[in-house]
Design a binder for this molecule. Sequence first.
Ligand code: BES
Ligand code: ZN
Ligand code: ZN
Length: 478
Amino acid sequence: MNIKLTKTEDVQPEMSCIYIIRKETKLPAYLFSDVEHDYVQKKIIEGENQISVNSYLKQSFIQVLNEEKNFYDLKEELRNGAAELLKQIKVSKIEKILIIDELHDADLTLSFIEGLVLASYRFKKYFTEKKAPEFNLDTILVLSSNITNAELEELSFLCEAVYHARDLVNEPVVFLNAVKLAEIINAKLTPLNCSVEILNKNRIESLKMGGLLAVNKGSVDPPSFSIIEWKPGNSVNNKPIILVGKGVMFDTGGLSLKPTPDSMDYMKSDMSGAAAVFGTIYAIAKNKIPVHLIGLIPATDNRPGGNAITPGDVITMYNGTTVEVTNTDAEGRLLLADALVYAKQFDPQLVIDLATLTGSAKAAIGTAGMVAFSNTDDDTYRKFDESAWNVFERLVRFPLWADYKEAIKSDIADLKNIGGKTSGAITAAKFLEHFVDYPWIHLDIAGPAYLHSDDSYRGKGGSGTGIRLLYDFLKNSV
Ligand code: BES
Ligand code: ZN
Ligand code: ZN
């Protein structure tokens, strides 16, 4: 991430700036002429919440807070407002901007800055031609009596984690296969004092992780299974919290091949769960949050090559459960189930998995939120949902009713890997539930993980969804 975020004490009059104000805030007379002041007042009375004043040498933007909303909506309005303002900042070729915090509420102003930083993300690695010099915001100075440098640094590390995760999602499989993913995880997290263990294909075979190996059978690239641990000396939880991420580096569907348009064409994003787990641990470790955390990332691509599993094959999972694979495109649950079983040995306080698991979740709620399932106590889920609102990575909770288990019964094995025509996100979750015996939250992120059109500060392409939610939840749990 190449945006610098620092506090400043002095206002240079020629510097472009953003004022974040309440309706009644008086603009400082030493920076605005009477005419400009009257103009801004008129716009505020007319109900505008973004006003721009061009003073030739510099540009001033005024973001007016709409106070009729609840706190979570206010924060989101500011993130969105920042993403909107960024468009004008780019048109005006501004590289350095000063934010003047007139709200005197750190949480609100930090949300605005978060929106500005996250909206600035671009994945440029594969452009060869440097066209006309592109103006990018590279310095954000903050004048605020409430916000500390430590808070800015924390936000900066969190945004950096989201940037890294977006990069991974945006990388095509030709660069990022399962082995490369494990190498990157190791290279980025070991220096942050995480311990990283990578299981290679031999180890995965000797452990008999039948789900991960079955999905890998059609591929020329071997699978990987990354185990990451962040355990600072001052960690407050006795039992670890475990994060599990689906790492399907590319999902062709296997022999149950996907059609290309609007389906297989963007399946490089099928490792977004893995990217979210990586990003969360990155942010937690960078910010030295005292929580004992373990990340598990089973990874492979899903291809129809050579000896690929066929519809009708029966496989034996890591815990011995047999599964009839009636559709090779329902592959995520196979490798996730092995990782969920692997998690048991740590006697976890809570396991959270993230997966681009079903088109059904996306069809149900689109990109606006994640579909959540939980077997935890109400208090844990309530706290989790509160974090979801706080960072505006919203959850829609779906049920784990026993009725749905019927759909994944097989005539010839313990389970089959797909359900019936309806409720695909739920039958997928019921499949996973078979492999857990601890408090567990499952997030189906198929909708928001990858965005096909520009969506405010979430951008276009890989969104890094889940990181801000998990970070907020974990931070508040210590
Ligand atoms: N990776 C897909 C799910 C997906 C779909 C993610 C759209 C993001 C956007 C998953 O592996 C899959 O193919 N699921 C199938 C399951 C079906 C065969 C039971 C699906 O949802 O169609
Ligand atoms: Zn699939
Ligand atoms: Zn998939």
